[in-house]
Design a binder for this molecule. Structure first.
Ligand code: CDP
Ligand code: CDP
Length: 212
């Protein structure tokens, strides 16, 4: 495990984790995993089944039945999918069912993974951990722009309220809450565009691992 190159990218909703992690992975020749997709896909399976995403037994059953095809569904984004993902993510047995999957992915060839608990729970031994953030107002603006791009009508104030509620739920849960690892490097992207955030992150990675 010691030489395993895993880069953990954690942070709140719409901070730019995925955009950043995907670019880092491409730059460094590593596989990339968006771990939020796992929780989103479990939430979607529950919504499809007409079940309550907070129903622990039903959610655990769906997490255990998850397939790779679930992750490429086109309906994993949007307010209902966001809240369903956050609800199932608070259930310990759901997280346990998804843990091996994430670890196996990272251990195969190293990886860049983004989520909430990569540096704290999934890969606490990762040599590089980034905690990516931005102000709630800026994150809401970014998510709102994305939704508009997908043709999803939404009010900016409502997007911000939903994002704050989900961050609060993700931070308050007892299992694997959203919080920076003690040895994480903080990256505040409020005033950075995606390119500047990538360059700043690359500098942080190379400061930790000069051979890259
Ligand atoms: O994965 P996460 O929810 O943290 O965010 P994302 O989906 O990667 O990014 C949300 C949006 O913010 C995307 O449309 C990005 O183009 C934009 N953005 C960014 O990723 N990084 C910045 N520094 C500024 C904007
Ligand atoms: O893209 P965005 O940041 O809005 O969300 P995401 O990364 O796709 O994650 C969706 C939800 O899954 C989050 O609100 C968390 O509740 C949960 N999640 C988690 O608990 N742990 C992870 N490693 C990744 C996501």
């Amino acid at each position: 495990m010691t030489d395993l190159l895993v880069i953990a990218v954690d942070g709140p909703a719409a901070a730019g984790k995925g955009t950043l992690a995907r670019r880092l992975a491409a730059e460094l020749g590593l596989p990339y995993l968006d771990t939020g997709l796992l929780y989103r896909a479990v939430g979607r399976r529950l919504l499809d089944a007409g079940a309550d995403p907070a129903d622990a037994a039903a959610a655990t059953e769906q997490a255990q039945a998850l397939t790779a095809a679930d992750l490429s569904r086109g309906d994993l984004r949007g307010p209902a999918a966001d809240m369903a993902a956050s609800a199932v993510a608070a259930i310990p047995a759901v997280r346990a069912a998804l843990l091996d999957w994430q670890r196996d992915f990272g251990r195969r060839h190293g990886a860049v993974l983004d989520g909430r608990d990569i540096g704290t729970v999934v890969f606490p031994e990762a040599p590089v951990k980034l905690f990516v953030s931005a102000s709630p107002e800026e994150r809401a603006r970014r998510r709102w722009l994305e939704m508009r791009g997908r043709g999803q009508a939404a009010k900016l104030a409502q997007v911000e309220a939903e994002l704050r509620a989900r961050d609060a739920q993700d931070s308050a849960r007892s299992v694997a809450p959203l919080k920076p690892a003690e040895d994480a490097c903080w990256l505040d992207t409020t005033a950075l565009d995606a390119e500047a955030a990538f360059q700043a992150a690359l500098s942080l990675v190379r400061a930790r691992l000069p051979s890259l």
